[in-house]
Design a protein around this ligand. Structure first.
Ligand SMILES: Cc1ncc(C[n+]2csc(CCOP(=O)(O)OP(=O)(O)O)c2C)c(N)n1
Ligand SMILES: [Mg+2]
Length: 320
């Protein structure tokens, strides 16, 4: 597929930002500055970059527990994200949510979610609202191969298909749900076949290739926006790290992992940009350096931010 210089560079920048951001989190965790569990999406950056590059800024996403990449790709600020992860008052949710609860409604990010499968009903409900109000927005709901076995997937996709809601169901298939492989969890390991049950198109694509991810998502977004309803998009990818920071990863072999690592989505995109003459090595190095610089500033901002006031413990957490 032919590239587009500005889109390809934007997706490269998004992917490098995501990886650099998570490497920074690893550093902060090792130093004991960042506490608590985090789920890295290193290796899966092309999904976030490609899906969000297929959306308009006025479109929406829902994300999941491994959601840093989705937030960054939708335009979230890394300084506010680190502040949130450090529990600071300046964070996206005033430090009350942490890694799994980053949201920014103004950016069209309806929220990451610690409940596996929790994003799909939210996306479906938002899409119903947009349809009823006659608004042109599309919602991409990104969930894992583990989440596809939750009731919320079936209920949401069924209703979205029945009512032709403007949602795209994006399964980020990283081959595992915690330590459990697809073959241990799904009677039908070909996940895309589930589209048949709900009478919607099912598309599979290489989730290590941002350009390919964007291509299939653009088609699904157009379909959703034109009132034809949802598509199930299954993107084949792999998390290079453990399920959570500190996971000893005893359930995967080197033989399994190496072929995926050799298809690193960032290297793939960088190589393609160079080959097609969209940028030089020096220009790409400058992008990398700018991101590193931005992250240093983001880290300093977060670490120097105040902790929440103890009385704030009771605000935002109850309704009524
Ligand atoms: C409803 C619910 N059940 C179980 C869990 C525990 N849990 C957290 S992540 C996870 C695996 C999810 O796998 P997948 O959807 O493939 O996402 P991945 O971690 O691979 O990105 C599980 C079972 C949870 N958070 N929520
Ligand atoms: Mg998974």
């Amino acid at each position: 597929m032919k590239g587009d210089r500005s889109v390809d560079l934007r997706m490269y920048k998004t992917m490098v930002s995501i990886r650099s951001f998570e490497k920074k989190l690893g550093e902060l965790s090792r130093k004991g500055i960042l506490r608590g569990s985090i789920h890295f999406c290193i290796g899966q950056e092309a999904v976030a970059a490609g899906v969000c590059a297929a959306l308009q800024p006025t479109d929406y996403i829902t994300s999941h527990h491994r959601g840093h990449g989705h937030a960054i790709a939708k335009g979230a600020r890394m300084d506010l994200m680190i502040a949130e992860l450090l529990g600071k008052a300046t964070g996206y949710c005033k430090g009350k949510g942490g890694s799994m609860h980053i949201a920014d409604l103004d950016l069209g990010h309806l929220g990451a979610n610690g409940i596996v499968g929790g994003g799909m009903p939210i996306a479906t409900g938002a899409a119903l609202g947009f349809q009823q109000l006659g608004l042109p927005h599309v919602v991409a709901t990104i969930f894992g191969d583990g989440a596809i076995n939750q009731g919320s997937f079936h209920e949401s996709l069924n209703l979205a298909a029945l009512w032709r809601l403007p949602v795209v169901f994006v399964c980020e298939n990283n081959q595992f749900g915690m330590t459990t492989s697809i073959s241990q969890a799904s009677a039908e390991p070909k996940l895309v076949k589930r589209a048949v049950a709900y009478n919607v198109p099912g598309v599979e694509a290489d989730g290590m290739d941002a350009r390919e991810v964007r291509r299939v998502t653009v088609e699904a977004v157009e379909r959703a926006r034109s009132g034809e309803g949802p598509t199930l998009v299954v993107l084949e990818t792999y998390r290079f790290e453990g399920h959570y920071i500190g996971d000893p990863v005893v359930y995967r072999t080197k033989e399994e992992t190496e072929p995926w690592k050799s298809r690193d989505p960032i290297s793939l995109q960088r190589g393609r940009i160079l080959k097609e003459g969209f940028a030089t090595e020096a220009e790409l190095d400058r992008i990398d350096a700018d991101i590193a610089h931005e992250l240093e500033d983001a880290d300093a901002f977060a670490q120097n931010s105040p902790n929440p006031d103890p009385p704030d413990l009771y605000t935002d957490v109850y309704s009524g």
